[in-house]
Design a protein around this ligand. Structure first.
Ligand SMILES: [Fe+2]
Length: 189
């Protein structure tokens, strides 16, 4: 049994993913959606970072088409364990102070499991998220303005109701502009 707030977030995620994806991204989304039908185990306790203060203004500016997803996310975000990327250095203050990630479902998440990753990234305005790569493919849904890059794609703002797809293993990055950045990510493991 899941908490109803997590169920509501997953239902809103499935609607938004299906509305925003096609092709490989849609296939990846369906794998993640099919896996989360079975609940995982209770996971980690909440932890917050100062950059989380950007979540509320980002949510306040969400596109109408993502308002239900944003509201469902707002209901659970206070339960998440927000953390910096493991590779972040305190000597790079803009990135150190300007980003946080949280796992909603997956290893180290609010719901612990090892067959998928559903998570979220928040960034202050004017932050570049470092280039990174990982074996699983990945679908991002944005809840704010922002740009994505991968080694097959120039910097792209997907717009408020679209999605970004990163094929397995590709090097990719993202960045905020003048507004705070908030995006959800969905990966089959
Ligand atoms: Fe990624």
């Amino acid at each position: 049994m899941r908490h109803p707030d997590i169920d509501a977030f997953l239902a809103a995620s499935a609607l938004a993913l299906r509305a925003a994806t096609k092709g490989a991204a849609a296939r990846a989304a369906e794998v993640v959606i099919s896996r989360w039908q079975a609940a995982g185990k209770p996971g980690v306790a909440a932890e917050r970072l100062p950059v989380c203060d950007w979540i509320a203004p980002a949510l306040a500016a969400v596109a109408p088409e993502r308002a239900a997803l944003a509201a469902a996310f707002a209901a659970i975000e206070g339960q998440l364990r927000w953390a910096r990327r493991a590779s972040a250095s305190i000597h790079e203050q803009t990135f150190w102070n300007g980003h946080a990630n949280a796992v909603i479902l997956g290893p180290g998440g609010l719901e612990a499991r090892d067959d998928l990753w559903v998570g979220v990234t928040v960034m202050a305005p004017g932050v570049d998220y470092v280039d990174h790569h990982h074996a699983p493919e990945e679908v991002y849904l944005s809840l704010s303005p922002g740009e994505w890059w991968n080694s097959d794609m120039d910097w792209t703002d997907p717009g408020p109701i679209s999605a970004i797809y990163n094929p397995p293993g590709i090097t990719h990055a993202m960045r905020s502009g003048k507004e705070p950045f908030l995006a959800l990510w969905y990966l089959p493991l």
